[in-house]
Design a protein around this ligand. Structure first.
Ligand code: ZN
Length: 429
């Protein structure tokens, strides 16, 4: 029988039992192995023996990105240094980077989780996986690469950018799966068409990492490349790297690997759980991470839990797509706006495409104004767009509870990005 990377739980209670055992282990491991955690736990008045049920999780103190920076160069280290076999670092642009260390077991767990993502996306050892994400100290390239090898598929490690080589390998290697950011996928889809090589390639699936992708943009990429399916993969350096969850072929939400970490969704202001189904910050606690375990780590990523079970039958729980970062949250006239909400609104309007920008201004009257600049779909007359603009304004008002202005520009006018896209222009300060 083919090796599976899925956990074999018969029901959700077995998963919870497994989580409790993991939580007990993780707390004892962090307390005994890390002076940082020991101090944190003592300040919170909690010891490992206090953890007797999953409800005790809320007694544990939070860990933040700042704790990682302050612990530079080897923050949260909970094993002897000789047991560390590798480090990775986040792509932080200011100040000290977040460096995360790994034992051999941590790497094994990570690549098993990543292979599980590929398995959930329906890949087999027959697949050829072209990896167009960053290699080096970042986790992205290593994760996609070694997860692919763990599954037994063929990795084609091109790295980011380099459109000529990407196109050549799509044709010559008959790549079946392409891994990249959403902006890169759109760029490739347009390139493949403008170069006229669509009928020479064999691409079936795209796995998208590290960037939000509106459903309009997704539909466009899928259509331009004639794909069978597209998947969102989640992950962050602090939590091993990419590969900690994936939406299955039903696309009802992102299954996350709850046998390896516990996910809480908390209000970023009060740090209390949000109402079921509300947007909040993802807070994660790892259950078997050795070198740099995370205890209630505030990820700053926003999403909501999906409580309905997935129709695919897999009992691993789901969260919604990432709606942006709590740091990216815009406050406009007292209303919290997450960029992901703008994606959602625009994707409901057939006449606009997937590219947009948000411009925020403070006018002479001291009030804040938001303009959404959206690209029209191909073939839409941009001299006559008042109806589309009104539609955008009306839906934004109804769904997000703020007034905005709208501008429509011609298809292709807004910039495309090979890496992460910049869509918010806040000119208020
Ligand atoms: Zn599913």
């Amino acid at each position: 029988m083919k090796k599976s990377f899925m956990p074999q739980f018969e029901n959700i209670d077995q998963l919870f039992d497994h989580q409790l055992e993991g939580l007990k282990w993780a707390v004892a491991h962090a307390y005994n192995g890390s002076p940082f955690y020991k101090k944190q736990f003592e300040a919170a008045g909690v010891t490992p023996s206090d953890i007797t049920s999953l409800d005790d999780l809320i007694r544990l103190p939070f860990t933040t990105g700042n704790d990682l920076k302050e612990g530079y160069p080897l923050p949260l280290l909970s094993v002897p240094e000789k047991d560390v076999v590798r480090i990775h670092a986040s792509s932080g642009t200011t100040g000290k980077r977040k460096v995360l260390s790994y034992t051999q077991k941590d790497l094994d767990v990570w690549f098993d989780m990543f292979a599980r993502c590929y398995e959930m996306a329906g890949l087999t050892n027959e697949d050829r996986v072209q990896i167009a994400v960053g290699y080096g100290v970042w986790t992205a390239g290593m994760g996609f690469q070694l997860g692919c090898e763990r599954l037994g598929a063929m990795a084609i490690p091109v790295g980011p950018g380099n459109i000529d080589m990407q196109c050549q390998f799509l044709v010559d290697m008959q790549t079946t799966v392409f891994c990249c950011t959403a902006s890169m996928a759109l760029l490739m889809a347009e390139e493949v068409n403008s170069r006229g090589i669509k009928d020479q390639i064999n691409l079936k699936k795209i796995i998208l990492g590290s960037e939000r992708c509106s459903s309009a943009m997704r539909a466009k990429i899928k259509d331009l490349l004639g794909l069978e399916d597209m998947f969102d993969i989640t992950g962050m350096t602090e939590l091993y790297g990419p590969g900690t969850g994936l939406d299955c072929h039903k696309h009802e939400g992102i299954h996350y690997w709850a046998d390896k970490y516990i996910l809480e969704i908390l209000d970023p202001d009060t740090l209390k759980p949000v109402e079921d189904g509300e947007i909040g910050e993802m807070v994660v606690t790892t259950l078997c991470k050795e070198a740099a375990p995370l205890v209630r780590y505030r990820t700053r990523d926003l999403t909501r839990k999906i409580s309905n079970p997935c129709s695919c039958g897999n009992i691993l729980p789901m969260h919604d797509k990432i709606m942006g970062r709590s740091d990216d949250m815009i406050i406009l006239r007292g209303v919290n706006i997450y960029p992901g909400q703008i994606d959602e609104v625009l994707s409901t309007i057939a006449e606009v495409g997937s590219e947009y920008q948000l411009h925020l201004e403070r006018e002479g009257d001291g009030k804040d104004y938001m303009t959404i600049k959206a690209e029209a779909q191909q073939g839409i007359d941009v001299n006559n767009t008042s109806e589309i603009k009104n539609k955008i304004k009306k839906i934004v008002k109804a769904k997000i509870m703020v007034s905005c202005d709208a501008q429509i520009c011609a298809y292709g006018e807004l910039p495309r990005f090979a890496g992460k896209a910049q869509r918010i222009f806040d000119n208020r300060s």
